[in-house]
Every structure is written in structure tokens, then in C-alpha cells.
Design a protein. Structure first.
Ligand code: MSP
Length: 662
């Protein structure tokens, strides 16, 4: 019997020369989303990440900070781990290059390389003299033409490179040109996006130079056994993590399962800065050592801010820690994967973050869940309605409302294929087009109208069952990107909060009659003004005044100062339910920007509660609290009265909750 195919995915291991920034989070979240999507389909997927802890640069920083290098590495590595925990990244292994298992694996690989022959029969590793410009920040020699003048500056770090001459071991990369070209052209090494694949072929076409694989002057690294005054070049050390983490040293079962034997994919996610190392050096080193090379690499785009590279000197770094603290992991994960196309560069702006959060999460998804659950509570006693008589399995049943082509299975397939191709924004936009259609279906079908006619009970149940199932599937499909929100939606649907599996991807999993959970707000809106990405603590919302304006007699003219005492604000209704025992009163939860308020309004004879969810309304926000039929109300919703029936005041355009009305 053949072993089931496995899927091994890695992020780069991050330097511990500084705490993590949003670029590191970007790769790691993407890797987590792809791995979750694979596991959800029942695939055996393994995610590896970690920290790169050797090299001159790290040694220098620790010295400057006055702490032992290992202790410094321990501290910064722990910050990375902590951030991944906060971002709900579920890796299978976190490798550190200062681990013993890693060191043993690197030395084993080194031993194989020393014995290896190139395709042309020469030794793969030889000793020679290296003379050139060395950038200690890149830990790499630079070509003379690359340097910025005057001063022989490294083009990436803008710091002077050092003229270095030393006896080194070299790896004969030049002998692997043909093999590398063939691997890429044949697709044995798949590199995406295509522009990056062409870039790699372009580099090969220009001719490859051998590179040195040991360093004489560096102390913080793995000593070369044959020359203990040398350490192994930091890139040989770092790249090896992808196999040492699986116990290449001991030919352990994980190495066999996820790399050497059954692996369908040995897949690296990388940034464009490290393309040469991953797409040329690493496959050639492995080929020489007789170890299977990676077969897939994806080069992600660059996040910039106001078009500029993120850098501490420019002061435009985006602190992922601060973002998570403020908004929680899901919105950060969603925004990073939704805003840009994964293989392209894109610009991070605070406005885009707030915009996506408020429109995609608070409005579209939040309102869908809240509307569906509110209607279920009202019309079905908070239980899953009977399964519709219509054919099970394929059509969603909204086609007649929406002319939605296709079926649920096909829809899920499209989303999962997009995750698999790392078209992450595309996967999410597909889910959101469904969310939009479902919201539209609610308006078009107006279940509150159907509910008025007892003869249409079956129709109502069928619609609500399908709506609920669609909400469940939406939660399953967003799970790879927003596992927490998905879990909370499962909870509201009365399902256990567990990782979804392949069986959850099919239609009709909700059992009729089973109780639903309590409705809870998913994504409370954020105010537009607030900066989202700096590391200052969030501003408290302005205090709400409590003075209540005396109602002016209609005939009398009002001084503008008197009118200004009335705090009128735009609000968005998040939830609505009838007040028990009253025909007219409805209890509302209204989002006023910085807070969600409970208000009671006498509009139930004109509006079904579920039709109110998502509406923008005008609110008097500074009324003293009052009790109506025992229910506290903290403000008033404005409405006109036509023949005794309420008609709500709304807006002639999109107005964010909390906006002052004057
Ligand atoms: N330690 C090496 C990698 C060794 S892998 C065997 C290294 N580390 S790093 O800390 O500098 O991280 C580099 C990776 O972080 C990039 O390849 C990329 O994945 C990610 N990013 C760093 N800055 C980024 C942006 N501004 N935007 C997007 N991703 C970026 O290089």
C-alpha cells in the first residue's frame, strides 16, 4: 500500500536582528491560511516556520545591547512565537538554527556536499580564495556593479561594504546551470508568479557564479569541522532548516514523510529578496547532496506604506503586534490577504484597513449573520427549521431570486482552488460575492412578509434553512483566513467550535430542530478617524454628554446654542427584537461608532425587527436613560409619524456610524 501524499509548506525563517514586522506576518499568515485550507480538505499538511539566529549581524546587535548572543536570540525568537500565537498561526514545527538537531543536520548535509560530484564529474565543493565586497547585513558578497557610489554602499542597506579576502570553501553552482534551467522549464521546480519564474531563468541565462560556503571572520555560526576557524556560510546554515527541522540528521520519520518519501509538495513561500538563495542555491545544494530538491516556490509581493519601503529609519514600519492588540487576529489576517494580490506589491493604508473592516466585515459578513440569526430566533424559535423538500445536495435554492449560476459544491471548489493557487484575495472576493448575494436575497425575499401569511410557512422554513446552510458554508470557507470568526459563527449556529473537515464542505449539515446558539456581534465597526497601524494605544472615544435638551415648544424659535445641546448622530442597527408584551416597541442594538447602544423605539407596527438590521438611522444620543416596559433605552431613533405609523429618518448616502448630524 502506498503512503498517502503529504504537503509540506514553509515560511522563510526570520532573522532575530529585530522584532517581527508586518512583512513577516504577511508570509506567515498566508502559509497558515493555505495549510488550514488543505487540512480542511483532509490533506496531510505540515507547516514549518522558525528563526534564523546565526551570523555576524546578530552577534554585533547582541554585543551592542550588552547581552549574551544566545540569550538575545532566545528573547527575540520568543517574540516571533508569541506573535504567531496571537495571530492564530498554527504551525507544526518552529525551528531555531541554534538548536542541536539543526546543527547536526547541517553538518550531515555538509558531509554529503564534501563528497559530492557535479554533473560534470568535478567536486561540488572546493577551496579557493575569495576577494570581494562583503555586506555584513546581507551576509553576502556583492558584485562591484551593484554597489552605490560613492562609498561602496550596499544597494539594500545603504551601508558601506567591506573589502574582504579570505580562503573559503566554494560550491560549484556554475556546474548546475543546465540542471537548474531544466528543473524550472520542465516544471519539476514550479516557481510562481510567472514573472518570478522568468526572472530566475534570466539569472541562469546570464551565467551562474560559484559561491563561497564558509566564512573565516564570523564567530557566531556552525564551525566547519575540517577548518574550525571557519563557520558555515549563514545561507547554507539557514536554508538547511527546511530539512533539519524534520530530522534529516537522523533520517527521522517526519523527514521521510514530509520531504524525502511521500511528499507531493515541498513548497517554500518566500519574498523577492531571497529568490536567488531559494530558487538557485538551495535546489542545487540539495541536488549535489543527493537530497530531493523543493518542487514549488511562491514569491510574494512587497508591502509598502505610502509607496515607500518599510523601514525603521523612515519611521513607516507597521507593527503587527499593535494591529492585533487593537483589532484582534481575524481582521488583520483578512486585511493582509484581501487587500493586495499575493504575488504583487501593494500599499498598506490605514484608510483601506478601516474601509475593508467596516464594509466587508462589519457590514457584509456581520450583517448577514446577524440578520439570519435574528430571523431564526423570531420565526423558528431559535431552532434549525425543517429541511426543504427541494432536491438536496446541489442548488442553493436562491437561483430564482438571484439568477446565481452554479451550485454550492462548485462554489466551494472555486474558493478552495484559489486558496491552493495562493490567489488569496481572489478566494475571499469569491466568498464575498456570495455574501453579497445572500444579503440581497434576504431583501428580495423579505421573509418578514412571507411570515405574515401562515399558509406560506413551508416557503419561509425552506428559505431560512437554505440561508442558514449558506451562512454555515460561508463560515467554513472563511475559516482558513479567519478561524476565530468561523468558530464564533459555528457557535451561533449551535455547532461545536472545531476545525472544519471535508464533510463540512457539503450541503445540508445542519440538523432540523437542533437549537441555535446566542447571537453575538462579530465585528463592531471602527471609527474612520482612528489610526490603525501605529503603535500608540487606542484613543478612548469622546465622552458622551449626558445633559438632556428640554423639548422646545414648536411655535417658539430656538436659539442655535439650544439646538447644539442635542447630540444627533448617525447609527447603524445591529440587532432588533420585539419587546415582549408590546405591539409597538422594539429593542434595538445600535452601533454609534465608538459604542453599541441599546435603544427602544415605538416602530414595531411599521417594521419587522429583522428588516431593521443593517439600516442607518438618526439617533438622539444624549437623552437621559429611560425605561419602556421595563427595558432600558439610551437614546431615541428619529422617525416621522404618518397616520400613526412610523417612517424612519435615514440617509441619502453612506454615513459611518457615530457621524454627528448638524
Ligand atoms: N533569514 C532570512 C531568510 C532565511 S530562509 C532560509 C531572511 N529573513 S528576514 O527576517 O529578513 O525575512 C525575510 C522575509 O520576510 C521575506 O522573504 C518576506 O517573506 C518577508 N518580508 C520582509 N519584508 C517584507 C515586506 N515589506 N513585504 C512583504 N514581505 C516582506 O531574509
Amino acid at each position: 500500500m502506498t503512503a498517502p501524499r503529504t504537503f509540506f509548506l514553509t515560511t522563510p525563517i526570520y532573522y532575530v536582528n529585530d522584532v517581527p514586522h508586518v512583512g513577516h506576518a504577511y508570509t506567515t499568515i498566508a502559509a497558515d491560511a493555505l495549510t488550514r485550507s488543505r487540512r480542511m480538505q483532509g490533506k496531510d499538511a505540515f507547516l514549518l516556520t522558525g528563526t534564523d539566529e546565526h551570523g555576524q549581524n546578530i552577534e554585533r546587535i547582541a554585543r551592542e545591547k550588552g547581552i549574551a548572543t544566545q540569550l538575545y536570540c532566545d528573547q527575540v525568537s520568543a517574540v516571533f512565537r508569541d506573535l504567531w500565537d496571537r495571530l492564530d498561526v498554527r504551525y507544526d514545527r518552529f525551528i531555531r538554527t541554534t538548536e542541536d538537531l539543526h546543527v547536526r543536520g547541517v553538518l550531515k548535509l555538509w558531509g554529503r556536499l564534501l563528497e559530492a560530484k557535479c554533473p560534470d564529474g568535478r567536486d561540488a565543493v572546493y577551496s579557493g580564495t575569495y576577494a570581494g565586497w562583503y555586506c555584513p547585513r546581507c551576509e553576502a558578497f556583492k558584485d562591484e556593479e551593484e554597489l552605490k557610489q560613492p562609498g561602496n554602499l550596499c544597494p539594500d542597506h545603504e551601508r558601506a561594504c567591506e573589502w574582504t579576502e579570505e580562503e573559503n570553501y566554494f560550491f560549484r553552482l556554475s556546474a548546475y546551470e543546465g540542471w537548474l534551467r531544466d528543473a524550472v522549464v520542465s516544471g519539476r521546480l514550479r516557481i510562481d508568479p510567472e514573472a518570478r519564474r522568468n526572472e530566475v531563468l534570466g539569472i541562469v541565462g546570464q551565467g551562474l557564479k560559484d559561491f563561497s560556503v564558509s566564512r573565516a571572520r564570523v564567530k557566531w555560526g556552525i564551525p566547519v569541522p575540517q577548518r574550525p576557524d571557519h563557520v558555515l556560510y549563514v545561507w547554507v546554515d539557514a536554508l538547511s532548516n527546511y530539512i533539519t527541522a524534520l530530522d534529516y540528521a537522523g533520517d527521522g520519520p517526519l523527514y521521510e514523510k514530509y520531504w524525502a518519501g511521500a511528499a507531493a509538495e515541498r513548497f517554500h513561500l518566500i519574498g523577492k529578496d531571497i529568490l536567488r538563495f531559494h530558487c538557485l542555491y538551495w535546489p542545487a545544494l540539495l541536488e549535489a547532496a543527493g537530497v530531493p530538491p523543493p518542487n514549488r516556490e511562491f514569491v510574494q509581493g512587497w508591502i509598502t506604506k505610502e509607496g515607500k519601503k518599510l523601514s525603521k529609519t523612515t519611521g513607516n514600519v507597521i507593527d503587527p503586534q499593535a494591529l492585533v492588540e487593537r483589532h484582534g487576529p481575524d481582521p488583520v489576517r483578512y486585511f493582509l490577504l484581501r487587500e493586495g494580490s499575493y504575488g504583487q506589491d501593494w500599499d498598506f493604508t490605514d484608510q483601506a484597513f478601516v474601509g475593508r473592516y467596516n464594509s466587508d466585515l462589519a457590514n457584509d459578513l456581520g450583517n448577514l449573520v446577524s440578520r439570519a440569526l435574528t430571523m431564526l430566533a423570531r420565526y423558528c424559535g431559535g431552532k434549525v427549521p425543517p429541511t426543504p423538500a427541494a432536491p438536496r445536495g446541489t442548488a442553493l435554492g436562491f437561483e430564482e431570486d438571484l439568477q446565481v449560476p452554479g451550485t454550492t459544491e462548485r462554489r466551494c471548489g472555486v474558493v478552495l482552488d484559489r486558496y491552493e493557487a495562493l490567489e488569496l484575495a481572489g478566494a475571499l472576493s469569491e466568498v464575498w460575492s456570495w455574501v453579497g448575494q445572500l444579503n440581497q436575497a434576504i431583501v428580495l425575499r423579505s421573509p418578514w412578509e412571507i411570515a405574515k401569511d401562515p399558509e406560506r410557512r413551508g416557503e419561509l422554513d425552506a428559505f431560512l434553512y437554505r440561508l442558514l446552510e449558506a451562512v454555515r458554508l460561508v463560515a467554513v470557507l472563511v475559516y482558513p483566513v479567519m478561524p476565530r470568526a468561523a468558530g464564533r459563527i459555528f457557535g451561533m449556529l449551535g455547532l461545536p467550535d472545531r476545525d472544519p473537515g471535508p464533510e463540512d464542505l457539503s450541503w445540508g449539515r445542519l440538523a432540523p430542530g437542533s437549537p441555535l446558539g446566542a447571537l453575538e456581534p462579530l465585528f463592531p465597526r471602527i471609527e474612520k478617524e482612528r489610526t490603525v497601524s501605529d503603535s500608540k494605544p487606542p484613543q478612548a472615544p469622546p465622552p458622551v454628554e449626558t445633559t438632556q435638551a428640554a423639548p422646545p415648544p414648536t411655535a417658539e424659535k430656538l436659539d442655535i446654542a439650544d439646538f447644539a445641546k442635542v447630540e444627533l448622530r448617525a447609527g447603524r442597527i445591529q440587532a432588533a427584537e420585539k419587546v415582549a408584551g408590546s405591539k409597538k416597541l422594539v429593542k434595538l442594538q445600535v452601533d454609534l461608532g465608538g459604542e453599541v447602544r441599546q435603544l427602544v423605539a415605538g416602530i414595531a407596527d411599521a417594521y419587522a425587527p429583522e428588516s431593521l438590521v443593517g439600516k442607518s438611522v438618526a439617533v438622539v444620543a444624549n437623552l437621559k436613560p429611560a425605561k419602556l416596559m421595563g427595558v432600558e433605552s439610551n437614546g431615541m431613533v428619529l422617525a416621522a409619524s404618518l397616520d400613526g405609523k412610523a417612517v424612519l429618518c435615514t440617509f441619502d448616502g453612506e454615513v459611518p456610524p457615530g457621524t454627528r448630524i448638524k
